[in-house]
Write a protein that binds this ligand. Structure first.
Ligand code: ADP
Ligand code: ADP
Ligand code: ZN
Length: 253
């Protein structure tokens, strides 16, 4: 199953994706991390990414789509993945649909989009206090999710940093870009029936609890649509792959 996170910057998409990745055994694909790796390269593409990211703007769709498609084509993402920060535009959302239809025909139609909602005030506060470990990717917040030792990662002991695009001006710009470019995809997914809304303003544990319940509800809805005979039903263009026989059969997500 593909799990897609949509939400404002700082809503907790990365935090929840990392937790789900451990719980569900799916790879965590973070668009921002992939683009930061590109930006770090001294190449024309790296310079382009840097120019947009340092201004709080979205990296152009053609570049971002290509990078995500390459990552989704890796063997570990064959049966599903957690997409954190992609898509962020309607063009990206449509490209992802086409990519699922082309490469993941068995799981196409089974994705779930988690709309992690949090107000502008909450996400600006979360971004302001965000500290990250560049070595293992762990994310902290001072004071909400503080490390045991000040300035040091609990997981690997490396020093913690704040991102270079985490100034108040760039944070405000990123939120503005979210409202203008990303919010329209919420309606797009709502119309497709794949959207589940999650209250991202709760504490980390309760957000995870609601996400797991939403995933279960989506799986149950897909199973209810699926007749217990082969051949599918009219209007259902794709379905999970089935393992086993008779009553013991179960879908593989
Ligand atoms: P946040 O969740 O705080 O917005 P990310 O690490 O997800 O931060 O993204 C950092 C930056 O990377 C964005 O401001 C943007 O420049 C770029 N970026 C991330 N995802 C995308 C995307 N899907 N399309 C274009 N640019 C992106
Ligand atoms: P996103 O990936 O959506 O930009 P992050 O997962 O990086 O968001 O979270 C932004 C900041 O808020 C981080 O410092 C993180 O530790 C903190 N955070 C995430 N979820 C919560 C939560 N539910 N309550 C309080 N702080 C949170
Ligand atoms: Zn670490």
């Amino acid at each position: 199953m593909h799990i897609i996170f949509v939400g404002p910057p700082g809503a907790g998409k990365g935090t929840q994706s990392a937790r789900l990745s451990r719980l569900l055994g799916l790879p965590h694909i973070a668009a921002g991390d992939l683009l930061r790796a590109v930006r770090a390269q001294d190449t024309p593409l790296g310079h382009t990414a840097k120019q947009y990211m340092d201004a709080g703007q979205l990296v152009p769709d053609d570049v971002t789509i290509q990078i995500i498609e390459q990552r989704l084509a890796q063997p570990d993402a064959k049966d599903g993945a957690i997409l954190d920060g992609f898509p962020r535009t309607l063009t990206q959302a449509k490209a992802l649909d086409e990519s699922f239809a082309r490469h993941n025909s068995s799981s196409h139609g089974n994705e779930i989009v988690l709309y992690l909602k949090a107000s502008r005030g909450v996400v600006l506060e979360r971004m302001k206090g965000r500290w990250i470990c560049q070595q293992c990717g762990s994310v902290y917040h001072i004071p909400n999710v503080a490390p045991t030792e000040a300035g040091q990662c609990d997981v690997c002991g490396a020093p913690l940093f704040q991102r270079s695009d985490e100034t108040p001006e760039i944070q405000a710009k990123r939120y503005e870009v979210y409202e203008h470019d990303t919010l329209p995809i919420v309606d797009y997914y709502r119309q497709h029936g794949t959207l589940m809304e999650i209250n991202g303003e709760q504490d980390v544990e309760n957000v995870t609890r609601d996400i797991l319940a939403a995933i279960d509800a989506r799986k149950a809805a897909l199973i209810a649509l699926e007749p217990r005979v082969s051949g599918g039903i009219e209007g259902l263009t794709s379905k999970p792959t089935w393992r086993g026989r008779g009553d013991q059969s179960r879908p593989i997500w």
